[in-house]
Every structure is written in structure tokens, then in C-alpha cells.
Write a protein that binds this ligand. Structure first.
Ligand SMILES: O=c1ccc(O)c[nH]1
Ligand SMILES: [Fe+2]
Length: 350
């Protein structure tokens, strides 16, 4: 379905209002040639209607010669902003940046946030934005789960397919995504609705089995056969299976960087308006498929960079992998049981 420009503008007005945009604020619209012009226009109009001082920062697109595909999460770390100090200063001057070109997983994003500037990423198609328009209930549910995760010292994941994974926690913070950037220095992503942290360096271990139907990003594929990952001392050491395991092995080996095998963010989905099925209805170039990252009750784990929390792994290869039907325990609390959110009660949506 198509979203008309007026509706997209009204949605941006709701999300920017939730992001505390008003006449006291300056809003920078960050864009490149590949930004969705409808999104740029809607964000600009909405910020103006809210009385903010609005300006645009347009950056020439950045392409690394080894990057493959158009998914903006496929090559992380270096961006169009890398090394462009003048543009970074212009962005740091804003109270809020609406990012329509994707700075995520870049050191520059962290530097900008440290100045107190807020960032809202919005690169999904308008139809996806509309289906997961954020609200304050999303925030309270995600924060309820975060209150448990930020105190935890261990995350364990088991599944009928054979996953048996343990991640000692505490070295890194918990990150929440609820769809709007309402606190100084906060980054958020519309659409979202999930939370995560990172395992203590070199301590995650066990086995993660991708079962049929589990999702691999940025491939934007549903696994059609099982893929087994062995994890030792925080790194994937073996990838077993058939063709799809071979494809994953080949893709990761291509980057010729041992750090691509490091376990990155781990967490679970809390967005009931995100659907496991949605990816099958979109082209691979339709955004980054936040449905897969946010669908209610998933176990989302990832590999590669951990710079956004001060980690030392700045590697370009970032896999986001969403598993269904897992049991996720945070210390002794079962938060997800076979893919259904069971605790804390305040995080449940149904
Ligand atoms: O919203 C996002 C998107 C991608 C990612 O890796 C994390 N969070
Ligand atoms: Fe990720």
C-alpha cells in the first residue's frame, strides 16, 4: 500500500513531538542522494510545523569498494560522514538529527551523541514506518524489559532446534530502541521496539542453531535449512550446515577480518506490530527490514562491530540474525518462552 504525503507528514509530526521537538529546538535533516525524498520532505515539514529551526545536511554518498548489496547495514563503520569534520560540526550543532542516510555503527555517530545531540534514524519505507508508528506504550514496555536486562549478569538462550548459548553480561550497557529520540544524547530508530546488550568481551559461548524460518540480515533471507554456529570465547568458531551455511561462511570470509566473527548485540523483540512474515513481502532494497529485528519474542543476535558501546571491534561486516521459538533467560528470569514474551509483565503487549 502507498502512504500519502499528508499522512507521512502527520506521522512525522507525532514522532518528532514524542522526540521533544518544539520551537526551542533546531533540527538537522541528514540526507544523501539515496534518501527517500518523501521521508526528507515529511520530516522537514513536520519539524517546521512544530516551530523548530530546520536545516539540511546533504552528504555525497560513500561507497567502499568491497561493499556488496544496497542494504545500509551490510557495510558498517565508514560512512559519508567519515573524515568530514565540517559536516560533523554542523550536525553536532543540532538538538535533533533526523538521519535518512544511516550513520548507525559509525564512530562519528557516537561522537555526535556525546555532545548531547539526539539522533532519530528513519530509512524504512513509509509503509513500514506507518505500520510501526511508535507510541508511549512501546517505550514503557521496552524500558520495563531494560530494567531487568541492565542488572543481569548472564543471558542464556535455548531452543527446540538445539541452541544452547550463554553470554556473561555487565561489561556493556543495555540499549533500548522504542522509535523516538526524546532524551539528550539518545539515538533511536523509527521503526523499532526491542532491546539489547553485548556479551562481555571474549566470554560468550555455546551453540546457536538457526532453524528453518529464522532470518539472516542483510541477506534478507529466511533459512530453509538449519545452520549451526559454534561459539567459543565470544567468537563464532564453526558454521555447520548445507548450502546456506556455506553461503554464510563464504560471505563472512570475504571480509578477510577475524573480527567479523565476534558476537555483537544480543537481545529480544518487543514490537507486536512488527511481523516475521513482512520480509517476504518486500524487495531486498526496501530498507533494512526492521520487522525482522523487532518482531515480538524473537531472539536477535548479531556479529561484528561493537564500537557503539566503546568496544574495540570496528569491522564492516554486520550480520543481524533473528531466531524464533527460543527460551531466553536473563539471570534466572525467563523473559521469552518458545518465542512468547512472558516477563517482565510490564513488557508484554498481549
Ligand atoms: O535499529 C537497528 C538497526 C540495525 C542494527 O544493527 C541495530 N539496530
Ligand atoms: Fe545489528
Amino acid at each position: 500500500m502507498a502512504v500519502n504525503q499528508s499522512q507521512l507528514g502527520q506521522m512525522f509530526e507525532q514522532v518528532l513531538r514524542l522526540s521533544k521537538v518544539d520551537a526551542s529546538q533546531s533540527v538537522a535533516i541528514l540526507k544523501s542522494h539515496y534518501s527517500d525524498a518523501r521521508t526528507v520532505q515529511a520530516a522537514t515539514d513536520a519539524a517546521l510545523r512544530l516551530g523548530a529551526k530546520v536545516y539540511c545536511v546533504e552528504l555525497p554518498a560513500f561507497n567502499h569498494p568491497t561493499a556488496m548489496g544496497n542494504d545500509m547495514t551490510a557495510y558498517c563503520g565508514d560512512t559519508a560522514l567519515t573524515g568530514n569534520i565540517a559536516a560533523q560540526r554542523a550536525l553536532e550543532a543540532a538538538d535533533l538529527i533526523v538521519d535518512t542516510m544511516m550513520l548507525l555503527h559509525s564512530p562519528e555517530q557516537e561522537q555526535i551523541l556525546k555532545t548531547g545531540t539526539r539522533i532519530l534514524l528513519a530509512v524504512e519505507p513509509p509503509e513500514v514506518l506507518a505500520r510501526m508508528l511508535p507510541n508511549e506504550e512501546d517505550k514503557s514496555r521496552v524500558l520495563a524489559a531494560a530494567a531487568v536486562l541492565e542488572k543481569a549478569r548472564m543471558m542464556t538462550v535455548k531452543s527446540p532446534a538445539g541452541s544452547d548459548f550463554r553470554a556473561p553480561l555487565g561489561q556493556y550497557p543495555t540499549v533500548t530502541e522504542y522509535g523516538y529520540a526524546d532524551e539528550p544524547g539518545r539515538w533511536d530508530h523509527w521503526p523499532s521496539g526491542f532491546l539489547f546488550t553485548w556479551p562481555n568481551e571474549d566470554q560468550a559461548e555455546g551453540v546457536l542453531v538457526l532453524d528453518v524460518g529464522d532470518i539472516l540480515l542483510p541477506f534478507k533471507s529466511y533459512a530453509r535449512e538449519r545452520i549451526t554456529l559454534e561459539i567459543e570465547k565470544g567468537f563464532v568458531t564453526h558454521i555447520h550446515g548445507g548450502f546456506e551455511a556455506e553461503y554464510l561462511r563464504d560471505y563472512m570470509r570475504y571480509f578477510n577480518d577475524p573480527e567479523v566473527y565476534g558476537i555483537s548485540h544480543i537481545g529480544w523483540g518487543l514490537q507486536p506490530r512488527a511481523q516475521w512474515t513482512a520480509m517476504g513481502l518486500h524487495d531486498k532494497n526496501d530498507g533494512m527490514c526492521m520487522d525482522a529485528r523487532a518482531f515480538y519474542g524473537n531472539f536477535l543476535f548479531s556479529t561484528g562491530p561493537n564500537t557503539e558501546v566503546g568496544g574495540k571491534r570496528k569491522t564492516p561486516c554486520h550480520m543481524d540474525i533473528a531466531l524464533r521459538r527460543c527460551d531466553i533467560k536473563v539471570d534466572d528470569l525467563l523473559v521469552v518462552a518458545e518465542g512468547e514474551v512472558v516477563a517482565p509483565e510490564a513488557s508484554r503487549a498481549r
